[in-house]
Design a binder for this molecule. Structure first.
Ligand code: PXL
Length: 278
């Protein structure tokens, strides 16, 4: 069984980051080792939250894992809350990256043209340093604009040709596989577009657009991609599965009389995920 280590926060409540990565990756038959880089009572889209920075624990946890003989097929990073965490993640990667392993970076830092609350103004520079060494990156449109230092526009204002240019430019920073999420190809559909440099191929997957924002979907999406790539799928096929799964999660959330504003009803869709991929 493939083994991934994921470094991101634990938001005790809020259905994001490690709380969604674990069930999704487990469902995709991937052994998942977690290194929490910070601990929050709930994610930062709530009005308030309690936060502990766990950067000082990353090194000692890495020591323990190394001593116990753990090695990883992939290192997968998500939300990072501070410069100190970025430094610790770099050291972790240096220690555990090996030939053939994948470094998957979800630059989870912004949406709708805005950095997440609590992140410093130069956070995208820190994220860029991580993106440069990654094999696979999965930004949304806002994050792609920040990484490329281009002005943000509403996703529906980007043409498919412009998204292709952004994908190529992002690949030019380092990563050979790039997926941009939240791409529209007309006003009624939304999905993702990808570029695989080795195969020089672009692809797009879209589904019907539901109005509104669905928090935590980026983290679920990146986790599906990680599981699919570890299962040996091509990037396009991984993206198609992730777009299908997110679409199911959103439909399920819309139909859920107990839906939560802070996250999608992915729990009711997990039973479909394995079949979607395998
Ligand atoms: O879903 C992205 C995410 C992850 N972790 C934390 C967040 C957010 C988005 O707001 O605040 C702590």
């Amino acid at each position: 069984m493939k083994r991934v280590v994921t470094l991101q926060d634990i938001s005790c409540a809020g259905k994001c980051s490690i709380s969604v990565a674990l069930p999704v990756l487990s469902c995709l038959e991937t052994e998942t080792v977690v290194i929490p880089t910070s601990l929050l009572s709930n994610h930062t889209a709530f009005e308030s939250y309690t936060l502990f920075d766990l950067s000082d624990m990353t090194g000692p946890l890495a020591d323990g894992l190394e001593k116990s003989g753990f090695a990883f097929d992939a290192v997968y990073t998500g939300y990072i809350g501070s410069k100190k965490q970025v430094r610790e993640i770099f050291s972790f990667i240096e220690r555990f990256r090996r030939t053939g392993s994948l470094l998957i970076v979800d630059p989870a830092m912004a949406d709708d043209g805005q950095l997440y609350s609590g992140l410093s103004g130069d956070h995208s520079k820190d994220m860029l340093s991580l993106v440069r060494i990654a094999d696979v990156i999965i930004p949304n449109i806002t994050e792609a604009c920040m990484l490329l230092d281009t002005e943000y526009r509403q996703p529906e204002q980007f043409t498919e040709a412009e998204i292709r240019d952004m994908l190529r430019s992002l690949a030019g920073l380092g990563p050979g596989k790039v997926i941009i999420t939240g791409v529209h190809n007309d006003k009624d559909s939304i999905g993702a577009m990808c570029f695989d440099r080795d195969r020089d191929s672009f692809s797009i997957s879209v589904r019907k657009k539901h109005p509104g924002t669905y928090l935590g979907t980026g983290d679920i999406f990146a986790s599906v991609i990680t599981g699919c790539l570890l299962a040996g799928k091509q990037l396009e096929s991984a993206m198609e599965s992730a777009v299908s799964f997110i679409s199911l999660c959103i439909e399920q959330t819309e139909a859920d009389p107990e839906k939560r504003w802070y996250g999608v009803s992915f729990e009711k869709c997990l039973y479909l995920l394995h079949e979607l991929v395998y």
